[in-house]
Design a protein around this ligand. Structure first.
Ligand code: SF4
Length: 572
């Protein structure tokens, strides 16, 4: 039976409780959102004692299922004011799952403000004072923590989280022990900081999970799934997500200079080709897995010009938001900014969008690399009024600086797909309970339109008809990935829902079909939407900013023209 570990920061106690057998399918986002929706008052202050922070591996995590090592982090978001789940790769989910833990629930606030470290191992869990670690960046912090715990995984925050900035994310160590994987979005690092929790260290242990109900069949399905996923996702293994730079630029939807254009003149300099050339010449690595058991391996290791490790992984969203969106066409500068963000514990998407509005407001020129790096330091250290302002994200910064073009929904910045061209993703940005989040329901482009997921009847990303149905279905399938711990790069396809059902049946002795799995995903989404409604969200919050409807995007001239009546149809 899986356990839930309750960590009370007010009285510094830790206690274990059993999870109900009938909730066997609940894990990851399903569990984080269920706990938040049932236990947190929707009106609670996100940084107050009443909010909770939940960490949960997926319900298929740690069982040997390929690509199932995502860790969900959930709470009420200081950025959106609604329910939030952000998930990360890395090793923490697998370590928690091996210990038989379905979730860690962090509650209350310490009287002395902390910081504390939570140590979790096979003999239990305990909170340890960590005043000596206060203010450390993620890299130095993790180096110290892992020094005496070989094979352990950590979950941590940098100074941005300690300063409770709503742009702060939660770092997770990857296979090499670098704090380079992030549950970045929604300011959950600030919630961790508000609880006085600097880090969680999870010891490596033998697997404490019961074996599958049908071991032969479970092994066979895992092998089949691994073969299929690795052969279908070869492009991600070879080029990583950076492959999207050229593709999205070609389609005219690459965020450029604060979403004022969809094509960037220096896209070649930040493309997958340029990335691979630098990585190979400097002894870095492509085709890198962020956790053991990933057969896609989209991650990379990026070294500096001296061949020394700089950052991992340089991903499409980071390249586009800190690059083209800020008019910066230099991969080394973007990699340096990525490293700075990871060290302070900042969300690179939110920071790239925020720097974009700061540039539009005239604080810096577009393309000013050194200026952008300087601002990131000010944000990370919260060392100036401007740094603190930008640390509140694109919505607040844009409003205070008087910028009209603010690319955000529910207070959270968009990812790197302009919704005027990628209309299905625009529907997801508008309607997801998570705010503008590509990981909630992304409709990725192909050369002739949608390549993934392929759906009959919606031929082009810019077609109006059918986008709301496509978005709703993709949001449900993505939620299934998030609750099982599967990386959504396996493909948000209907066929993968059948794999999920078969894996549950072989492991848990259940008799699920695709329909049941869809209902699980839908149920989680409806609970999240209900929490947001109780927190005060209305239909007005399910809209894109007006400029996407009124400003044609150069050079395509596209606008976001999905009618509001379509946006209202989702999840009814
Ligand atoms: S596909 Fe990429 S992000 Fe997903 S688990 Fe593998 S390495 Fe991590």
């Amino acid at each position: 039976m899986r356990k839930i570990l309750r960590v009370n920061m007010s009285d510094l106690s830790v206690r274990e409780e059993d999870m109900s057998q009938s909730d066997f399918w609940l894990g990851g986002r399903g569990l984080t959102s269920r706990i938040i929706a049932r236990e947190v008052d929707p009106g609670a202050h996100p940084l107050g004692a009443q909010n909770k922070l939940v960490f949960a591996p997926g319900s298929l995590g740690g069982l040997g299922v390929p690509c199932s090592g995502r860790l969900s982090v959930g709470g009420k978001s200081p950025l959106t004011g609604g329910i939030k789940e952000a998930n990360a790769g890395g090793m923490a989910a697998l370590r928690l799952s091996s210990l038989g833990l379905a979730a860690l629930v962090v509650e209350g606030r310490p009287a002395d403000g902390g910081p504390y470290i939570l140590w979790v191992g096979k003999s239990g869990a305990k909170l340890l004072p960590a005043h000596n670690l206060k203010g450390l960046g993620n890299y130095e912090l993790v180096e110290q923590l892992l020094d005496t715990s070989q094979g352990a995984a950590t979950i941590s925050i940098g100074p941005a989280g300690e300063n409770c900035l709503p742009v702060a994310g939660v770092a997770v160590t990857n296979i090499e022990g670098y704090p380079a994987r992030f549950a970045a979005r929604g300011g959950l690092g600030a919630v961790m900081g508000s609880k006085g929790l600097k880090a969680i260290l999870i010891e490596k242990s033998d697997n404490h999970r019961a074996g599958p109900a049908d071991p032969e069949s479970f092994k066979k399905i895992c092998q089949q799934f691994a073969q299929e996923v690795s052969s279908l996702r070869k492009g991600l293994t070879q080029y990583g997500t950076a492959n999207l730079v050229s593709l999205v630029n070609e389609m005219g939807g690459l965020p450029t200079r604060n979403y004022s254009a969809g094509k960037f003149e220096d896209a070649d300099k930040i493309s997958a080709g340029a990335l691979i050339e630098k990585i190979s010449r400097r002894g870095g690595k492509m085709g890198h897995p962020c956790h053991t058991g990933c057969v896609i391996r989209c991650s990379n290791i990026y070294n500096d010009s001296q061949g020394k490790y700089l950052t991992s992984s340089l991903e499409y969203e980071t390249i586009a938001l800190l690059g083209s969106n800020c008019g910066i066409g230099d991969l080394d500068a973007i990699a340096a900014m990525d490293r700075i963000c990871d060290d302070y514990g900042l969300d690179t998407i939110e920071m790239g969008a925020t720097l974009g509005v700061a540039m539009e407001a005239g604080i810096l020129e577009f393309g000013d690399q050194q200026g952008a790096i300087g601002l990131l330091h000010q944000v990370g250290k919260a060392s100036s009024v401007l740094g603190r302002l930008l640390g509140h994200g694109v919505q607040v910064a844009g409003q205070v600086l008087g910028v009209k073009r603010i690319p955000a929904v529910k207070g959270q910045s968009m990812a790197a797909y302009d919704p005027r061209v990628f209309k299905g993703t625009g529907v997801s940005y508008a309607t997801s309970p998570m705010g503008a989040d590509h990981t909630a329901g992304n409709l990725l482009p192909g050369k002739q339109g949608y390549s993934w997921p392929v759906r009959k009847g919606v031929a082009r990303c810019s077609q109006v008809e059918g986008q709301w149905q496509l978005s709703e279905e993709t949001q449900v399938i993505t939620t299934v990935c998030d609750l099982t711990g599967l990386c959504f790069f396996i493909g948000t396809t209907r066929e993968n829902l059948d794999y999920v059902a078969r894996l549950f049946n072989a492991y848990y002795g259940f008799e699920a079909e695709r329909y049941d799995v869809v209902q699980w995903g839908r149920q989680v989404l409806l609970e999240e939407i209900d929490f947001n409604r109780r927190a005060g969200f209305t239909g007005v919050d399910d809209r894109l900013p007006e400029f996407f409807q009124t400003e044609p995007l150069p050079p395509s001239g596209e606008v976001f023209d999905i009618p509001e009546k379509d946006l209202k149809k989702l999840f009814k």
